[in-house]
Ligand binder design. Sequence first.
Ligand code: PEP
Ligand code: CO
Length: 451
Amino acid sequence: MITDQSFPWNSWRSFPAAQQPDYPDPDHLKAVITKLRKRPPLVFAGEADSLREQMGRAARGESFVLMGGDCAETFDGSTADQIRLKIQTLLQMSVVLTYGASLPVVKVGRIAGQYAKPRSSDTEARNGKILPSYRGDAVNDIAFTEEARVADPERLLETYQQSAASLNLIRAFTKGGYADMRRVHTWNRGFTKNPAYARYEALASEIHRAIMFIEAAGADFEALKVVDLYSAHEALLLEYEAALTRIDSRSGQLYNTSGHFLWIGERTRQLDGAHIELLREVRNPIGVKIGPSATPEEVIGLIDKLNPDGEEGRLTIITRMGADKIRDVLPNIASAVARDGRPVVWITDPMHGNTIETATGVKTRDFDTIMNEVEGFFAVLQESSLVPAGMHIELTGDDVTEVLGGSENLDELRLNERYETRVDPRLNHQQSLEIAFRVAELLRQSESFDE
Ligand code: PEP
Ligand code: CO
């Protein structure tokens, strides 16, 4: 039970905390946290409640969740243009998925807060020089100098400001007419005009006819101009997340107000760790990523800690097993959860288990392997009579060249053309739309399978 006296929410401090920055000046950090605790919430409790309800519907097969955005947002990259293109990409994907699934799509961006990264190594070596790893713009700078890599608490304040500015723009774009389905559909028509994507023409024409039908039947398109786009990020930096954890004045309950949906990454999901403790008591919908080493016992342990009463929409498990492992590892986990009976929102992240390095040392992923993991995810869950409720993708609205393949056949030689990601390779605008069309096809098949 949380009371005003036990606030701020500090119990996580007595648990082991993985992946935290090493701040050279603890007093500086304290001063920044004191400031942050006085800042207004970035999102509101009622919005988090709506998302939790929508996630619950997705778990019952009544909607489909699309989560997507950068691996690592950057301060420099949080420009109006880049945010607009990301939103445009998510909206375009949503229209295609809505049609394919014949279901509403719950739209969640890895956006407005995705500034901190867990790293597999604390240090990075280049030409014999060893420096602390880059941990995201919320922590340090990517330049390979001693000074740049020092963890600077002021960056937490900038994270807050950038997130607030991004959320402001997101609200303007999604409530101000930009999201009109007819406009979004026109963008999609542009995509399928490209000969490389001719195989999606038939589906795009069907969507076109459906939209003309709705319009002819006199539906109120004005009402469809307004959409909800929720924000999500990895709840990695405990001090920041705790500073934005607040008591909701309506209900007296705790909410993390740094984003609507928070997830715990594969590297920080220890059952007795500080990250689980931090998110255990907040009412937001939350997620946990699980990789190929996860066991059925661990996943039941996560449910025990994070959703003991089995509330719908509260807990999402995001699987990121790798295309070559998902069909072996997920079945036992899925059947244990099915037997347990408490509801889980199952989402596939087909990106993080499929990262490879080219011979020249470029980190990339292959479009076909990504699709292969999505297909494996659908197949395994359907086998256990569970619902594949959504997908979690790293993408950008820009024409970057970071992921191999897709119909335009991006090859290794082209990776250098426009490789901009700070951490993991992202699907570009075209590849993102292509995956939406492919998943829409899958969703249609599973629907006819249900009938
Ligand atoms: C990420 O989502 O960028 C990430 C680091 O994922 P994971 O925790 O699954 O490795
Ligand atoms: Co990533």
